[in-house]
Design a protein around this ligand. Structure first.
Ligand code: MEV
Length: 378
């Protein structure tokens, strides 16, 4: 028996970092996915291992389920229905089990992802032998929500097979999650994200679970019915960075400059709310769309300015901004910053020739340009 789930990556249109401090942010899913599949071995098989295969990285991890149970027995009962945070003691045990696989220090994000996997699996499924395979279309650790879509896709397959929820199959053989079950997927994914990122706001796992365009504040999601089909150029600077460290650096700056940083977060909140209002307001004709795009560009520029105030921009991001500005295009980082991916709004009236020119110039700097449809299903 094999069950598969897919969960999308995301872009943040406005409000990253400030959202960790209680401001509003706006995010959208993109049509690049992480896929998780789970296979239980046949009953006759004596294999007692839990395997995790990360196909894109060509890596495989395995643990004896008997030993896992001895190492950290998770209470049985209906744990799948009540998402639980990993206790510091359990975290130490899991981290030691992950360490046995000798993941290099530099791959700290990978070790954290494997830790999240073990926590989610044992809590939701228990100690059954299985093979879990994960593949992803998302560049890792680049601001497009790869870790959140990893956690969401795993939570979805685990919950589907936990036996604690009764999911209906549609005609194509897909399990249909209703909102309350998606809520459960999201809550577990958030626990995985906390193991990976320390103090995430929850926006990444929420948009990966529910898809579309969302407004997010203090753990609460509001769906946005966008009247616009946004065209974004996503540029991957290929500069690696660590979300946990960047989030912590903003918190430290806030401790040093509480008044100034509170003002920055308040401005971010206004930008996000305005952006959501513009997306939702009806656009009757091409002129109205162009006018709305100009407003969105201004908001993106202001958002980027505030992210610079927080100290999370990077020379590579500034290069993308300068390059696109030559073509009068507006650009902002997306996600944690410090490198990673950058968004450029492509207005509807912009010709393909110009788009190709911008892309070629960015690629000549060593960046990678991606195109993705925005606001699809979770
Ligand atoms: C990361 O995609 C977005 C941040 O705001 C962190 C978070 O919200 O958890 C930087």
């Amino acid at each position: 028996m094999e069950v598969r789930a897919k969960a999308p990556g995301k872009i943040i249109l406005a409000g990253e970092h400030a959202v960790v401090h209680g401001s509003t942010a706006v995010a959208a899913s993109i049509d690049l996915y992480t896929y998780a599949s789970l296979q239980f071995p046949p009953l006759s098989d004596n294999d007692d291992t839990l395997k995790l295969q990360l196909k894109d990285l060509n890596l495989e991890f395995s643990w004896s389920v008997g030993k896992l149970k001895e190492a950290f027995p998770v209470d049985s009962g209906c744990i799948p229905l009540s998402p639980t945070a990993c206790s510091p003691e359990c975290f130490r045990i899991i981290a030691a089990l992950v360490k046995e696989h000798n993941i290099p220090e530099a791959k700290i994000g990978l070790a954290a992802g494997v830790t999240a996997f073990l926590w989610l699996y044992t809590c939701i499924i228990g100690y059954k032998p299985a093979k879990v395979i994960v593949t992803s279309e998302l560049p890792l650790g680049s601001g497009l929500g790869s870790s959140a879509s990893f956690c969401v896709s795993l939570s979805a397959v685990f919950i589907a097979l936990s036996g604690c929820v009764n999911l209906d199959l549609n005609k194509k053989g897909w399990f249909m999650f209703v909102d309350s079950e998606l809520d459960l997927v999201n809550k577990w994914a958030f626990e995985g994200e906390r193991l990976i990122h320390g103090k995430p706001s929850g926006i990444d796992n929420t948009v990966s679970t529910f898809g579309n365009v969302i407004k997010f504040r203090s753990g609460t999601l509001t769906r946005i019915k966008s009247s616009m089909l946004l065209k974004m150029l996503i540029t991957n600077t290929k500069v690696g960075r660590n979300t946990k460290a960047l989030v912590a650096s903003v918190s430290e700056r806030k401790l040093r400059h509480p008044d100034a940083m509170t003002a920055v977060f308040t401005s971010m909140d206004s930008i996000s709310n305005k952006l959501a209002t513009i997306l939702e307001s009806p656009a009757v004709d091409e002129l109205a769309i162009t006018e709305k795009e100009v407003l969105l560009e201004e908001l993106m520029e202001m958002n980027q300015g505030l992210l610079q105030c927080m100290g999370v921009s990077h020379a590579s991001i500034e290069t993308v901004i300068r390059t696109t500005l030559k073509y009068k295009l507006s650009t902002k980082l997306t996600g944690a910053g410090g490198g990673g991916c950058v968004l450029t709004l492509l207005p509807t009236i912009l010709s393909k020739t110009i788009v190709d020119k911008v892309k070629a110039e960015l690629e000549s700097c060593g960046f990678q340009c991606l195109t993705a449809a925005i606001g699809g299903n979770g």
